[in-house]
Design a binder for this molecule. Structure first.
Ligand code: B12
Length: 374
C-alpha cells in the first residue's frame, strides 16, 4: 500500500518464504494475490494521489527530498557517482545503514513482527521449494557442452578476437562486437574473458564499517557481558578469537556477511572478510594463512549443501581440521541436519540476533580449543 500511495508504477511483493528459499507456487500466489487484493478490493488505485494535501505526507516528502539533496551534493563534491562508487563510499554508506538497522532490530528498537516480537515458542516448518543444485549444475554443464559442440568454433574465435582487438585499440563498438560473438553462441564467460585480456578484472576493495552496530547497543547488559567474555578469552589465550567470514561460489550477497563482520568486530573478535566468489579450497587456504579459529560461511544462493562439505573437506586435506566451520544465511531449516552431519558446528538463519550467534561461536571456539589442549 505504501508503494501504491507513493505512486509506484511497478510493484513486487515478496513471498512469505522470501528469507528461506526460492518461492513455492503457494507462496508466490499469496504474494501475487496481495497485490490483487490491494488493486481490486481496496480501490486505492482509483485515486491518483490519495495522500495529496496531507500535511504529514507533504512534510515527510519534503524531509526525504532535503536529505536526498544533501547526499546528492556530497556525491557531487566527490566528483560524481562514478567516483563515489569507485572509492567505496557508496558501499560503505549502504553497509553503515545495514549495520545500524540490524542493531536496531537485534536490540528491539525496531520491531519486526514475528522476528523480534510476537514470536511463537516453536515455529512450524513450512513447505519449501527444494532445488537439487547438483542436478542444476550438471544440466547446465550438459547444455554448455551441447552449445559448444554445435557452434562454428572458428567463427566464434574470430569474433572473440575482434572483441579483444576492439578493447585494445578502442576502434569500433565494444557492445556490437560482444553481441556479434554471442549471436555465434559465445558464452558470457568467453566474452568477458576476451575483454579481461585487456581491461583486467575489477576487484572490489574489502572495507568494513566500524562502530556503527556497537553504537546502537552500547551499554546494554548482554552486549557488555559478551564483550567481557571476549576480553577474557583474549587474556586466557593471548589473542582474540579470530574468525574468517567466507563467501563461496557464485554468491554475491555480501550484506549479511559485512553486517556480521562489523558487529563481531565491535564485540572484540578479530575478523577477516574473505573476497567474494572464493572456491572452498581458496577459502581454506586463506583461513590457514590467517590462522583463524573458525570460518563462518555466509550462504544465500543455495550452494550450502555442496560448498560447506567441500570447505570442511578442504580444511581436512590441508591439515587444518581444528578450524571449526559454521554457517549463516538463507538456509532452509530442512537442510540443517545435513549440514551438521557434514561438519557445521552451528547455523544462523535470517532473523538471528547477532549477539546470540556470537555467543554460540565463542562457545564452539572454546570447546574446540579445549579439545586441542586436551
Ligand atoms: C538483498 C538481496 C539481494 C541483493 C544483494 C546485495 C548485497 N550486496 O548483498 C541483490 C539485489 C544484489 C540480490 C541479487 C540476487 N539475489 Co538476492 N536477496 C536479497 C535479500 C532480499 C536479502 C538478503 C540480505 O541482505 N539480508 C539482510 C542480511 C543482514 O541478512 P542475512 O544475510 O540473512 O544475515 C543474517 C543471518 O542470515 C545470519 N548470517 C548470515 N551470514 C552469516 C555469517 C555468519 C558468520 C554468521 C554468524 C551469521 C550469518 O546473521 C545475519 C543477521 O541476522 C534475500 C532474501 C531475504 N529476505 O533474505 C534475497 C535472496 C538471497 N536472493 C535470491 C536470489 C535468487 C538472487 C539473484 C540470483 C536474483 C537474480 N535472479 O538475479 C541475485 C544473485 C546475485 C548473486 N550474484 O549472488 C534468493 C536466493 C534463493 C535461495 N537461496 O534459494 C533470495 C533468498 C530471495 C528469494 N527468496 O528468492 N539479492
Amino acid at each position: 500500500m505504501a508503494a501504491v500511495f507513493g505512486g509506484t508504477q511497478s510493484l513486487h511483493t515478496n513471498a512469505l518464504d522470501e528469507a528461506i528459499a526460492l518461492p513455492t507456487e503457494f507462496s508466490s500466489r499469496i504474494a501475487r494475490n496481495t497485490q490483487l487484493v490491494i488493486q481490486e478490493e481496496t480501490h486505492i488505485t482509483n485515486v491518483i494521489d490519495p495522500w495529496a494535501g496531507s500535511y504529514m505526507m507533504e512534510k515527510l516528502t519534503q524531509d526525504l527530498v532535503d536529505e536526498a539533496w544533501k547526499i546528492i551534493e556530497e556525491v557531487e563534491s566527490m566528483g560524481g557517482m562514478t567516483h563515489a562508487v569507485e572509492s567505496g563510499w557508496a558501499k560503505m554508506k549502504i553497509e553503515g545503514c545495514a549495520a545500524d538497522k540490524q542493531a536496531r532490530i537485534d536490540s528491539g528498537k525496531d520491531v519486526i513482527v514475528g522476528v523480534n516480537k510476537y514470536k511463537l515458542a516453536k515455529e512450524d516448518m513450512i513447505d519449501i521449494r527444494d532445488i537439487d543444485n547438483n542436478a542444476v549444475r550438471d544440466s547446465q554443464i550438459a547444455r554448455l557442452k551441447t552449445v559448444r559442440a554445435n557452434r562454428d568454433s572458428d567463427q566464434v574465435n574470430a569474433a572473440l578476437a575482434d572483441l579483444t582487438r576492439c578493447a585494445e585499440t578502442g576502434e569500433g563498438n565494444l557492445l556490437d562486437f560482444a553481441v556479434k560473438a554471442m549471436r555465434l553462441r559465445a558464452t558470457v564467460g568467453e566474452v568477458s574473458d576476451a575483454m579481461e585480456k585487456i581491461f583486467g578484472r575489477f576487484r572490489a576493495t574489502q572495507q568494513t564499517v566500524s562502530g556503527v552496530y556497537g553504537a546502537v547497543v552500547e551499554g546494554m547488559a548482554s552486549w557488555e557481558t559478551l564483550k567481557a567474555e571476549i576480553a577474557k578469552f583474549n587474556d586466557e589465550e593471548g589473542r582474540r578469537p579470530r574468525i574468517m567470514i567466507a563467501k563461496l561460489g557464485q554468491d554475491g550477497h555480501d550484506r549479511g556477511a559485512k553486517v556480521v563482520a562489523t558487529a563481531f568486530a565491535d564485540l572484540g573478535f578479530d575478523i577477516d572478510v574473505g573476497p567474494l566468489f572464493q572456491t572452498p579450497e581458496e577459502a581454506a587456504r586463506l583461513a590457514i594463512e590467517n590462522d583463524v579459529h573458525a570460518i563462518g560461511v555466509s550462504s544465500l544462493a543455495a550452494g550450502h549443501k555442496t560448498l560447506l562439505p567441500a570447505l570442511v573437506q578442504a580444511l581436512k586435506d590441508q591439515g587444518a581440521d581444528d578450524i571449526i566451520v559454521f554457517a549463516g544465511g538463507v538456509i532452509p531449516p530442512q537442510d540443517y541436519d545435513f549440514l551438521f552431519a557434514a561438519g557445521a558446528k552451528a547455523i544462523f538463519g535470517p532473523g538471528t540476533r547477532i549477539e546470540d550467534s556470537a555467543m554460540t561461536v565463542l562457545a564452539e571456539i572454546r570447546k574446540a580449543r579445549a579439545q586441542v589442549t586436551a
